[in-house]
Every structure is written in C-alpha cells, then in structure tokens.
Design a protein around this ligand. Structure first.
Ligand code: TGC
Ligand code: FAD
Length: 388
C-alpha cells in the first residue's frame, strides 16, 4: 500500500533533518496501518482504541521529549511531527498522547521529586499507567485562575474538594494531575492516584466531537492526598507551563487533520464528474484547493519555526498562542471547505473529512479557545490585558 504523502510544494521537507523525517515517516506508517482501517468505526461507536496504547508506547510517542525514564528524548520538532501524524489519524488519538505526555508526564518530570519520576514516568512511558490533567471546572474554563477546587492542609495530607470538567482520559486514568487552591489561595498541583477514597469519575457520553476519546468529570469529596504528592510549583504558571507544550503539539497536530481533509478533497475532486467534467476542472474548486494547500504550507512554516525556537529554549507563550490559534482555525476552515467539496458524500463515515471537522471544533476550544489566544497575542503587542 502506498503511504500517505503530505503536501510539500514549498519543499518544507527539506527543512527537516534526516532523523526528524525518519520519525515522521515511521509514525505515518503506523497511522496508515494501525489507525486508519478502524478509526471511523471506533468514532461512530464512541470508542477509544485502548489496544493501541502499547503500540503507541513502543513507537516512543508517550512523553517523547523527556530524557530518561524509558522516554524517547526526541527534540520538540520531532514531537510536533509525531503529533501531526497521529492527528492525521484522529484528533482523539493525538489528544490521548498530548495529555499523557505534555500534561501529565511533563509536570512530573519538571516539578516532581526524583521519587515521583521513578515511580510514575517509566510506567507512563510504557502505557501501563494512564494519566489525566484536571484544570478546567464546570464554572471556570477560560479563566482557570477562578477555580474553586480546594486543597486544605490536614497534618501530612491535603484534603481535596471540588470537581474538574471535560477531562480527557479521565475514565481510564490511573493517575490525575489535579490543580487546586491551598489555604493561602495559591494554585498547587497534586499527583492523585485514582484509587484514593473520595475520588470518583463520571464519563461524558453523547458527544458529537472527539468521539474516539474519553472525556470525563473528576469529582473530589474529602479526598485525602499525601502532602508528598504535591508538585514543586506555585501559581498558574504550573499548569500553564504544561499547556505550553500541549498547545505546541496541537499546532502541529491539526496540520495532520488538515492534510487528511485536503488529500481527500483533492482526490474526490479529481474523480467526481459533474457537468461532464471532473469537478477539479472548475475554477471555484481549484481556488478552494489552492487556498487549502497554501494555508497548510504556511501552518507548517509557523509550527516549524516555533519548534526550532523551542528546541533552542527560546519559545515564548505568545509564539505558541500564535501557532495554536492560527493552525487550529485554518485546519477547521480547511475541513469545512473539504466537506463542501465532498458534497453529500462528505456527511458519511465513508469519508474522513466530516470526522476531522467535528473533532476540530473541540480542538479550537480546548487548551485555550481561539479568542483567548487572540487576546494573549493582543496583550503581547499592546501591553494591555483585555481578558477582564
Ligand atoms: P495571567 O495573570 O496572565 O498569568 C498568571 C500567571 O501565569 C503565568 N503565565 C504563564 N506561565 C507559563 N506559561 C504560560 N503560557 C503562561 N501564561 C501566564 C504568568 O506569568 C503569571 O505568573 P505570575 O508568577 O506573575 O503569577 O493569568 P490570567 O488569570 O489573567 O489568565 C490569562 C489567560 C486567559 C490567558 C489564561 O487563563 C488562559 O490561557 N486561559 C485558557 C485556559 C486553558 O487553556 N485551559 C486549558 C485546560 S487543559 C485542556 O484543555 C486540555 S485538552 C487536552 C487534549 O485533549 O488534548
Ligand atoms: P468558556 O470559557 O465559558 O468560553 C465560552 C466562550 O466565551 C468562548 O468562545 C470563549 O472564547 C469566550 N470567552 C471567554 N472569556 C472571554 C474573554 N475574556 N473575552 C472574549 N471571549 C471570551 N480541560 C482540562 O483541564 N483538561 C482536559 O483534559 C480537557 N480536555 C478537554 C477535552 C474536550 C473534548 C473539550 C471540549 C474540552 C476539554 N477541556 C479540558 C476543557 C477546555 O480547556 C475548556 O473547554 C476551554 O478552556 C474553554 O472553557 P469553557 O468550555 O468553559 O468555555
């Protein structure tokens, strides 16, 4: 079977090293053989394919940028390419890997003790232990600083009370990174084992987006967590530094979904006959395809520049916001236009575009909505905070 080929009109592949291309191509092949044949069915049934977890681990995708502890230790650009390839399969698979690595393994690696790292990271890298990240609450989404979940000190423990909403991987996680305010009102992070009394999970069913992904509510009722499980970071910069990595991965990931939609629309347009001609021969269809491939190419360059800055330790939150905001919005636009080119066929599971389009609605909202990232950029360029 011929493998997927991504648009390379500007020879953007030449900007990647041999190792980066090799990593990209091996994940690409994995997606073609292991994800594509079944994903539409999984999506329709609302099933996350847990059977893929050991294979994703073997490929080195879990906590890929972490050095040691059984992790691959690749650079950020390679990490981005991994995300791009996985999201060509489905945003739900990329979400699983993002949350496991950027949102759960990263804070343990960055803010945990050596004991935490040895206890959790190898099992998370091998996929034996799944993590979730609880920041958002029912009444505090874009404004997580307002969170009401509390961690009250009691002897050698903290007592957690509150709930976290829309939590990816929640229902299958063995450990949760939970953010709560302590007695002083400071935001602190805790590594919370799933089997602690007072910690319950409720899955959110009946979604029309990210159906091949588990989304849950985490509920804490007098859940006693040993103080030794607290991470060594205080304030919103703790969760936000995890989001920096996850948002970066998303800015690459969505290019994969966009490439899949573009490829499908192009192939459909070349073979679909109307008015005695392939619809690809009409100027309006060509204009749509030309815009799609141009936006994908611009998105590649944007994500790559942020990747290179991250690899040099020079990436700022505003760079990541620009890439997340632009690339998700453009991928969503591309998916919607591809759906239009597919006509009625575009609403069926026989084609992947509709699935990507619905997934991208979530991706545009989570990890900071499109407008929140616009406001982060606005703050950077004007010096004026417009959130409040
Ligand atoms: P603000 O006053 O701006 O900042 C508070 C403190 O945080 C620091 N900070 C950062 N640190 C590191 N990285 C960043 N990107 C940072 N952004 C801010 C900042 O320096 C400050 O530090 P300090 O020491 O001075 O206290 O915070 P604010 O409360 O005004 O909020 C600003 C705003 C709106 C930008 C922020 O709240 C925001 O980004 N909201 C969006 C929330 C969000 O992204 N939630 C994501 C939840 S997780 C998720 O969606 C996972 S989906 C997973 C999947 O399935 O893939
Ligand atoms: P709101 O914050 O209520 O925003 C609603 C609308 O108001 C948006 O259009 C927003 O842009 C706009 N808005 C808000 N404030 C302003 C403002 N100041 N100025 C202008 N416009 C504004 N969270 C986690 O912690 N962990 C997870 O694993 C996780 N996974 C998720 C998985 C899925 C499938 C989804 C959909 C969400 C997930 N989330 C997770 C939650 C996600 O991060 C939030 O949904 C997101 O931050 C937005 O919050 P909200 O939904 O409460 O929307």
């Amino acid at each position: 079977m011929k493998n997927f080929e991504s648009p390379n009109i500007l020879n953007t592949d030449a900007l990647l090293t041999e190792e980066e291309l090799m990593i990209r191509n091996s994940v690409r092949e994995f997606v073609s053989h292991e994800i594509m044949p079944h994903i539409a069915d999984h999506y329709e049934k609302g099933y996350f394919p847990t059977e893929l977890i050991p294979k994703l681990a073997e490929l080195g995708t879990l906590g890929a940028t972490i050095q040691g502890y059984g992790c691959a230790g690749v650079n950020y650009t390679s990490y981005g390419l991994i995300m791009q390839e996985l999201e060509r399969g489905d945003s739900g698979i990329r979400s699983f890997v993002s949350v496991q690595g950027a949102l759960c393994m990263h804070p343990i690696d960055a803010f945990g003790t050596e004991e935490h790292k040895k206890k959790y990271l190898p099992k998370m890298a091998s996929g034996e232990l799944i993590g979730c990240f609880g920041l958002t609450e029912p009444d505090y989404g874009s404004n997580p600083g307002g969170m009401i979940t509390r961690a009250r000190k009691d002897g050698d423990s903290y007592i957690l009370n509150g709930s976290k909403m829309w939590i990816t991987n929640g229902g299958m996680a063995g450990v949760a990174i939970v953010w709560a305010k302590d007695d002083a009102g400071d935001i602190r992070g805790f590594i919370v084992d799933r089997d602690l009394p007072g910690f319950t999970v409720r899955n959110i069913e009946k979604k029309f987006s990210l159906k091949a992904s588990v989304t849950s509510e985490l509920i804490f009722e007098d859940c006693r967590v040993p103080a030794s499980q607290m991470l060594n970071v205080k304030g919103l910069k703790g969760p936000f530094s995890c989001l920096n990595n996850a948002r970066f991965g998303i800015s690459w990931g969505v290019l994969g979904a966009a490439m899949a939609c573009y490829d499908e629309a192009l192939n459909y347009a070349l073979t679909r006959i109307q008015f005695d001609k392939p619809i690809a021969s009409f100027q309006l269809i060509q204009a749509k395809l030309a815009n799609m491939v141009t936006e994908i190419t611009k998105g590649q360059l944007l994500a790559l520049q942020v990747g290179r800055l991250k690899d040099k330790g020079e990436a700022q939150p505003v760079h990541i916001s620009m890439a997340k905001m632009n690339n998700v919005a453009k991928a969503l636009e591309i998916a919607r236009v591809a759906r239009d080119i597919l006509g009625a066929s575009g609403i069926t599971y026989e084609y992947q575009t509709g699935r990507h389009m619905l997934n991208l609605e979530s991706v545009n909202t989570y990890e900071g909505t499109e407008d929140i990232h616009r406001l982060i950029i606005g703050h950077h360029i004007t010096g004026i905070q417009a959130f409040r």
